[in-house]
Design a protein around this ligand. Structure first.
Ligand code: HEC
Length: 86
């Protein structure tokens, strides 16, 4: 029984890995998934070039209901600047 569960768990992890999201496994990717994914299930599209633009967008999203503390906000903004640009 334990072995079956283990195989199942590995399969699920392997399947999740196929989605090819940028920066997978980084703290920013997890925050993006858990805090932004609620309203952007397909992932955030590539949008802005500069850090300032991302900062404003993330602040606007927090106004809509994205839950991030100041530290998490910085992590997400840095992550977006790194991976989500045109
Ligand atoms: C409560 C729901 C909600 C959450 C949570 C949320 N968004 Fe949004 N987001 C929206 C809606 C609705 C729009 C479209 C209307 C708009 O652009 O104001 C949008 C639009 C956007 C856009 C396109 C508009 C632009 O200015 O480029 C980006 C990029 C974006 N969101 C990123 C994020 C990120 C990053 C997070 C996490 C920090 C996030 N969103 C969390 C609801 C949400």
């Amino acid at each position: 029984m334990y072995k079956i569960l283990l195989v199942l768990a590995i399969t699920v992890v392997a399947m999740a890995g196929c989605k090819e999201k940028p920066g997978k496994g980084e703290p920013g990717a997890n925050l993006l998934d858990s805090r932004c994914g609620r309203c952007h299930p397909m992932g955030v599209k590539k949008a802005h070039t500069t850090k300032e633009e991302w900062r404003q967008t993330v602040a606007r999203m927090m106004g809509k209901g994205a839950v991030l503390n100041e530290g998490e906000k910085d992590v997400v903004v840095d992550f977006l600047v790194k991976y989500y640009h045109p």
